[in-house]
Design a protein around this ligand. Structure first.
Ligand code: NAD
Length: 416
């Protein structure tokens, strides 16, 4: 039978496993299995050629017991409500595992931004904000960038919101440029948070990181910063990187500055001189110390899990490993840093951005990284200790820590 790769079915199956161990009562389990609220919008946008295109958009507020919902907005041709639901659920567990006073949400628009002009993108971004404006805000729900959305799109959205409301409220959106109240250290934050967890995992399993080998799938915001920081902060040798077009490998290590310059000028990883080609599937199976999936979902499945050879699997992407793969990896003594722990650095610095916006007082990058390190290291050990004490995988342990925190907040509120 083929694996069910519907991300929401996977998110629910992961919750079910945690609920059983936590012995959640059936009502609490049923409540946490579904989003609390979701909004579906039809969004008309005037296109450059004069016709009106109707886009479909979603915002899911999965759970806000611990604080305002928090989560990005994706623009993607293959967006589905189930992807948005799954990502909103993972945001709920992610903000809880790093103990931020926030809930979880996610948004998306079915569109192909690569085929849209800047003017069309601006009109779509502003129209999306007009649709969600009454449901978001610093006390309700705070969106951010995600796949195919960026600081420019966040700027249009925050501007639209402030025009509608008649006052400045920069904290309604994070991932803004510095000029509009963005935070120092936000662009590298997801990768930086992951680097702190790799450092802790390596200490635990006795792996010296200086000169250790690393392969990274994906070379966008997360993957390219992971290359830079794995080299600069941990002293690792990054031997392979890839993007959607393919990968490159050099056993002597790939120099970050020149690979990054190559990707910037050509728009793709393959074609970099001084390295062999490697496919995305071969990259995952390389004999490296640390493997970082930093691209998309469902990359490590029942089909290839038994060929993964890394000692640490640091999941910077969301949902890169399927439940069937998890079972196979569990028998292989690979130290897995599960996605919503490993990649929580982004939302943590987004939270710092909200705090700075509220205070109208801004911190430097050193302070951001110190505070990020403390949050990530504390969360890492909470999950590791839970895994040890309950004799479960790190992924299940991350769910146990997070779901328990959310359930407690729900109970204190008297909802269930
Ligand atoms: P991005 O759009 O900047 O980059 C995505 C990269 O993945 C690109 O290099 C693209 O070419 C590559 N890619 C796409 N399809 C691929 C495929 N089939 N095989 C190999 N590579 C492929 O996105 P990002 O912000 O770097 O996000 C990457 C992952 O990290 C996503 O799962 C995202 O949800 C997750 N994440 C991102 C953040 C953040 O702050 N950006 C935070 C938490 C989690």
């Amino acid at each position: 039978m083929s694996e069910n790769l519907n991300p929401f079915a996977i998110a629910q199956a992961q919750l079910d496993a945690a609920a059983e161990i936590l012995q959640l009562d059936p009502q609490m389990h049923a409540f946490l299995r579904e989003p609390m609220r979701e909004f579906h919008f039809s969004i008309p946008v005037h296109m450059d050629d004069g016709h009106v295109e109707i886009f479909k958009g979603f915002r899911v507020q999965y759970n806000d017991a611990r604080g305002p919902a928090k989560g990005g907005i994706r623009f993607h041709p293959d967006e589905t409500i189930d992807t948005v639901r799954a990502l909103a659920a993972w945001m709920t567990w992610k903000t809880a595992v790093v103990d931020l006073p926030l809930g979880g949400g996610k948004g998306g628009v079915i569109c192909n931004p690569r085929e849209m002009s800047q003017g069309e993108l601006e009109r779509l971004s502003r129209a999306f904000m007009r649709n969600i404006a009454r449901y978001v805000g610093i006390t309700q729900d705070v969106p951010a960038p995600d796949v195919n959305t960026n600081a420019q799109i966040m700027s249009w959205m925050v501007d639209e919101y402030e025009v509608l409301m008649g006052h400045r409220e920069p904290g309604v959106i994070t991932g803004k440029p510095m000029e509009l109240g963005g935070s120092a250290g936000r662009p590298p934050a997801t990768a930086m948070g992951g680097i702190f967890t790799i450092r802790e995992a390596a200490r635990l399993i006795g792996l010296p990181l200086e000169g250790a080998t690393c392969a990274i799938q994906g070379y966008g915001n997360v993957g390219s910063f992971a290359h830079k920081l794995a080299t600069e902060v941990l002293g690792m040798k990054v031997v392979a990187v890839s993007d959607e077009f393919g990968g490159i490998y050099n056993s002597q290590g790939l120099d970050y500055d020149s690979v990054f310059a190559h990707v910037k000028s050509t728009g793709r990883v393959p074609g970099y001189p001084g390295a062999e080609s490697v496919t995305n599937s071969d990259l995952l199976e390389l004999e490296v110390d640390v493997l970082i999936p930093g691209a998309i979902e469902n990359q490590i499945t029942g089909q290839n899990a038994d060929r993964i050879k890394a000692r640490i699997l640091a999941e910077l992407a969301n949902g890169p490993t399927t439940p069937e793969a998890d079972e196979i990896l569990a028998a292989k003594n690979i130290y897995i840093i599960p996605d919503f722990l490993c990649n929580a650095g982004g939302v943590t610095v987004s939270y710092f951005e909200m705090v700075q916006n509220a205070q109208q007082f801004y911190w430097d990058e050193g302070m951001i990284n110190d505070r990020l390190d403390r949050k990530m290291t504390t969360a890492f050990h909470a999950v590791h200790n839970m895994a040890q004490s309950k004799k479960v995988s790190n992924r299940v342990a991350a769910y146990l820590v997070a779901v328990d925190r959310v359930a407690r907040a729900v109970r204190w509120r008297g909802w269930v």
